[in-house]
Design a protein around this ligand. Structure first.
Ligand code: SF4
Length: 319
């Protein structure tokens, strides 16, 4: 596995909180208002982790949630990472986004979710969400000279507006549009029967994506391959990603659609967590979990019931 040769992660995806101001029906992290995880990292713990990430030479971090901008130390986290030479991608729902907080930082991109081109559709899927606010956040991002990415999670409720959202992304000045099959994780898994598009809806969606990809070549990058989580994990089985997925309370997950955690950053350093992560990918339980996911994609519905792997105990704790 290529990751064995790496002394540190190539990227950190950090879920700063599970709290969110929206309650999206398709949410893969079970986020919603008031759903901060017990034991989320404090400001001091978060800043210590920032310093470790920078000192380890991790080149790139994605700051995500929940809604990361709700965390009181969000700006300080971004600044500390950026000052340490870490490039950032920020994922936000754009409901209360202050782009000024990111001024002067090393921002590789800001990703804003647009799951509809009309308020009726957007608001039905993004409960409490106001499309105008998300669009205003997109405009402010581009006006500030920051690269904008749009993400679109297809469900039965919005898939027919996909083309309109792609056109909206283009008109807003986005450089990339990210999408793929709806992930059966978190809230989406609980509401699966209401949300899962039909085969023919997906087929029409893929036709739209292929056509728009041709039409907009050189103007807007359409990212939708691998299309499903299962396809992505099949690729990962042979070549695990160099990304460490950090949960809001500092635990580290092996992969989003698997339930396993392999380290705890409240008691281990980022480099120890990285070693645990490498061990975890050779663990028979992880390999069995991947095989089960390939045979039975609905198994991903259990992925947010985290289980610690023993690998975490194989390394000495930090004192
Ligand atoms: S999908 Fe994003 S914005 Fe919606 S509830 Fe989940 S974390 Fe919040």
């Amino acid at each position: 596995m290529r990751i064995q040769a790496f002394a540190a992660p190539t990227m950190v995806t950090w879920q700063l909180t599970r709290d969110c101001d929206l309650a999206c029906l398709h949410c893969c992290t079970d986020s919603a208002p008031g759903k901060a995880l017990p034991g989320e990292l404090s400001r001091a713990q978060a800043l210590k982790l920032c310093a470790e990430i920078a000192a380890a030479g991790v080149p790139y971090a994605m700051i995500v949630g929940g809604e990361p901008t709700l965390v009181p130390h969000f700006t300080q986290v971004c600044k500390t990472l950026s000052d340490g030479g870490v490039l950032l991608k920020i994922e936000t729902n754009g409901q209360n986004f202050d782009v000024n907080a990111l001024k002067g930082l090393g921002i590789r991109s800001v990703q804003i979710s647009l799951d509809g081109a009309s308020q009726a559709v957007y608001g039905r899927q993004r409960v409490n969400g106001v499309l105008e606010k998300a669009v205003a956040a997109c405009r402010a991002t581009v006006a500030a000279g920051l690269p904008l990415e749009i993400t679109f999670a297809p469900t039965k409720l919005n898939i027919f507006e996909a083309e309109a959202v792609i056109d909206l992304a283009l008109s807003l000045g986005a450089f990339r549009f990210n999408t793929g099959r709806l992930m059966r994780l978190g809230t989406a898994a609980k509401l699966w029967d209401r949300l899962e598009p039909t085969k023919s809806e997906y087929a029409a969606f893929l036709r739209v994506l292929a056509r728009k990809e041709r039409e907009l070549a050189g103007r807007l990058e359409l990212c939708y391959k691998p299309f499903s989580l299962e396809e992505e994990m099949a690729d990962r089985a042979g070549q695990p990603s160099g990304t460490l997925l950090v949960l809001p309370d500092g635990r580290v997950k092996v992969a989003a659609p698997l339930p396993f955690t392999c380290a705890d950053l409240t008691s281990q350093t980022i480099l120890q967590a990285w070693e645990s992560y490498k061990i975890a990918w050779a663990d028979p339980r992880v390999r069995a979990g991947l095989e089960r996911l390939a045979a039975e994609p609905s198994a991903a519905a259990q992925a947010n019931h985290w289980i610690s792997l023993d690998a975490v105990n194989a390394l000495p704790a930090v004192v």
